[in-house]
Design a protein around this ligand. Structure first.
Ligand SMILES: *Cc1c(COP(=O)(O)O)cnc(C)c1O
Length: 219
């Protein structure tokens, strides 16, 4: 099966989960995660009309997306990997959405760079719902304060929360926690759900799922 058949399968899977959860069709945005795949592997998905893509590395994205953006209008690019201070300027220049704000330093640098470039990417705060040592993200008990300081100290508009549940755990409780934290922090959107669990994430209220291998195959 090629990537476009798999794209259609995932789109059908999303509609089915929305219906099952009693949500409106089209409530959930599909971010096709194209990290590690080259332009010629991504192009069939662009040709099928999909425009929303996610990447986890700024440098890799700079190498492939400027050309693709020239060829295909209205691409929306999401940064879903960790953001380092020295890449903030490049990230603001290239990405329409950043899912991985997780510390003061990055919030401050983003705010400054957004003013400088006159750009307003949509922003998510990443939450380490499993409190895993090696994983990026704010601890759950700090989320409300951090979102407040993004807003009030740095003037950033935060649209939602993002999480990557621990690899070896049932993701349901993590999705439920993220939803609860979002309500508490007064943000609308939930970036959660990947190839293995996007339908479950939609049941828990996800507004954007990030799906890579289910469309492009194993990395
Ligand atoms: C790679 C990645 C995904 C996609 O994972 P798949 O299992 O291939 O769907 C989603 N979110 C983040 C943050 C990623 O790094």
């Amino acid at each position: 099966m090629d990537s476009n058949h798999r794209l259609q399968d995932v789109l059908d899977g999303i509609s089915l989960a929305e219906k099952h959860a009693g949500r409106n069709l089209g409530d959930t945005q599909l971010i096709v995660v194209s990290k590690t795949f080259a332009g010629d592997q991504i192009e069939p998905v662009l040709q099928a009309g999909h425009r929303v893509f996610g990447e986890n590395r700024v440098q890799e994205s700079q190498q492939k997306w400027p050309q693709l953006k020239q060829k295909y209008a209205a691409v929306e690019l999401h940064l879903i990997g960790p953001l380092q201070s020295n890449k903030v300027s490049d990230a603001v220049a290239l990405f329409d959405v950043v899912h991985t704000i997780d510390r003061e330093k990055i919030a401050k640098a983003l705010a400054a760079e957004m003013r400088k470039q006159g750009k307003k990417p949509k922003l998510f705060v990443q939450v380490n719902t499993g409190m895993e040592e090696q994983k990026a993200g704010i601890n759950p008990d700090k989320v409300a304060d951090f979102v407040d300081s993004c807003r009030n100290l740095h003037g950033l508009e935060i649209s939602g929360l993002m999480c990557i549940p621990p690899f070896d755990e049932n993701p349901g409780p993590h999705f439920a926690l993220l939803r609860k934290l979002a309500k508490r922090a007064n943000v609308e959107e939930l970036s959660m759900g990947m190839s293995a669990d996007y339908q479950l994430a939609i049941e828990f209220g996800s507004t954007c799922v990030r799906v890579g291998s289910a469309i492009f195959g194993a990395r």
